[in-house]
Design a protein around this ligand. Structure first.
Ligand code: AMP
Ligand code: MG
Length: 491
């Protein structure tokens, strides 16, 4: 099928609700062609669920579209404006290396943003080149898709194309464009931008838009904007609890990298923790540990306070009352986070009912894991089975005592041991995208053009709870040569 411009119809069914917002929130763009685009990865199952034809996406013309060289009918390219606290400092930002193609209306009736990342300069590029490297775009592909399979709300990755151009970084890299799919790209930073530079009417338009798109129930509420705030707080509390439970470290939790939808976004210097330690930081630029594993829940609250501040003009006519309402809503965050985390931790330990001392039992285990340098994922994985592997932690007297307490605790619930084990196996992944495996896959792809290592890794990561597969090397802890592991921004 071709449309009137002769462009193959891959199933694009685009709308542009964001472009109907006041002009201050975006800049329209022209295509910014790249030299010779080639597709290196397509997510066929995601394409299918979006109503896109994977086969035509891979034709020359389909790839031209994924590279931003051509636009499908009804496309309208734009870059979104936003601001953000980056490591605590407020800056005016925006899509400096991304463009929105539109919102794909899927066969399931969803509205999903289709965004190209690495697609060239925009009015918000500041000093940047608007481009992205192949390694970092493949990294985002691998980790975001792994997060999705782990059951964590996230933006997803539809495709990676190389551009045929070289981008200049510390080490020159092949240029690439990632097609990112998100339930929206509204960020806390979008609201900060509105509060700082837009009129109250424009801020209200943005809030109404977020409500329409993500929290339609708010419309029936007495105070829809307070409801919006409360719901975003709830979703972010749940999201960050999920990160903690799985050992995910985002790495750059700036307010521009926190969504209103509650999806994880912007996979830059993120990485999974191996050895349990709340102080774990992988990002080379996070020298103070602002975004360390153990600090993520606190930073989540800090970012949400910035969101609440942005909404103040909408919450109530009198500022004093509005601030009070915002503070009330924010005071719920810790409780919501804690209860999500506790629920998830109970599941990781097979606890189906609740006892008051559960938290102490959990903290004792975590404390020992830190003390003995135990691998976070594998400790829970081994506890999920009857036969535990020999490890430094499991060999200690301290652990034996804890284990007896845990067994006694399990014995005090009516549910069978088998149902506890099942719950544990469903809550403790067999595989995560371990840093050394991700690096190995990226090296093969970027240095040698060999994508087979990445394909095998992606295959394993798509079934993280399939313990019966016994994934051998994919479950193995990193070699000492991989420690300390560092990740880099500009990714
Ligand atoms: P990030 O660290 O990816 O969340 O990006 C923070 C801000 O820097 C956003 O406004 C990005 O659009 C912008 N940015 C990051 N990389 C580039 C680049 N290569 N060129 C232009 N802008 C960029
Ligand atoms: Mg960002």
């Amino acid at each position: 099928m071709t449309n009137s411009d002769g462009i193959i119809n891959s199933g694009w069914n685009l709308d542009h609700s964001y472009a109907r917002l006041p002009k201050i929130f975006f800049s329209t763009l022209e295509p910014n062609p790249v030299r010779s685009p080639a597709i290196v990865k397509l997510n066929s199952s995601l394409a299918l669920s979006l109503g896109l034809n994977g086969k035509t996406l891979q034709t020359e013309e389909g790839v031209e579209i994924l590279a931003g060289n051509k636009v499908p009918e009804e496309a309208l390219l734009l870059a979104q404006a936003y601001a953000g606290h980056q490591f605590g400092h407020f800056n005016r930002l925006g899509d400096g290396r991304a463009m929105l193609l539109g919102e794909q209306l899927t066969p399931q009736g969803e509205r999903m943003d289709i965004q190209y990342k690495g697609s060239g300069r925009t009015p918000y590029s500041r000093g940047g080149d608007g481009r992205a490297g192949l390694g970092p775009m493949l990294r985002e592909y691998i980790i975001s898709e792994a997060m999705h399979s782990l059951g964590i709300p996230t933006t997803r990755s539809l495709a990676v194309v190389t551009t045929g151009e070289t981008i200049i970084r510390e080490e020159n890299q092949p240029g690439a464009i990632l097609t990112r799919v998100a339930s929206s790209h509204l960020r806390v930073g979008t609201f900060q931008y509105a509060a700082q530079w837009a009129s109250e009417e424009e801020l209200r338009a943005l809030a109404d838009y977020a409500i329409d798109r993500h929290y339609p129930d708010a419309k029936a509420q007495e105070n829809p904007y307070l409801f919006l705030l409360q719901e975003v707080i709830k979703r972010q509390a749940e999201l960050i609890a999920k990160w903690q439970l799985i050992g995910f470290i985002h790495g750059v939790m700036n307010t521009d990298n926190m969504t209103i939808s509650g999806e994880t976004i912007d996979y830059g210097p993120c990485a999974f923790m191996d050895v349990y330690d709340p102080a774990t930081v992988f990002s080379s630029i996070d020298r103070e540990g602002r975004y360390a594993y153990g600090n993520q829940p606190y930073i989540g609250g800090w970012n949400l306070a910035r969101f609440a501040e942005s909404l103040v003009p909408l919450l109530h006519d009198t500022q004093e009352k509005a601030v009070e309402m915002a503070q009330d809503a924010l005071s719920d965050y810790s409780r919501l986070y804690k209860s999500s985390w506790l629920k998830g931790m109970r599941a990781k330990l097979g606890l189906i009912n609740e006892e008051e001392q559960d938290e102490a039992l959990i903290q004792d285990l975590l404390g020992m894991m830190k003390k003995y340098g135990a691998d976070y994922t594998n400790t829970f994985r081994w506890l999920s089975f009857d036969k535990q592997k020999k490890s430094v932690l499991f060999g200690t007297e301290e652990f034996t005592k804890w284990f007896e307490q845990w067994q006694a605790r399990l014995g005090r619930q009516e549910n069978s041991q088998a149902s506890s084990k099942q719950l544990m196996q469903n809550s403790n992944p067999a595989v995560i995208p371990r840093n050394h495996l991700v690096e190995e896959a990226l090296d093969a792809a970027v240095e040698e053009g060999d994508y087979s290592v990445m394909e095998s890794l992606l295959d394993v990561l798509s079934k993280p709870y399939a313990h019966e597969l016994d994934e051998g090397k994919y479950c193995s802890e990193p070699p000492d040569s991989n420690r300390p592991y560092q990740t880099y921004c500009g990714t």
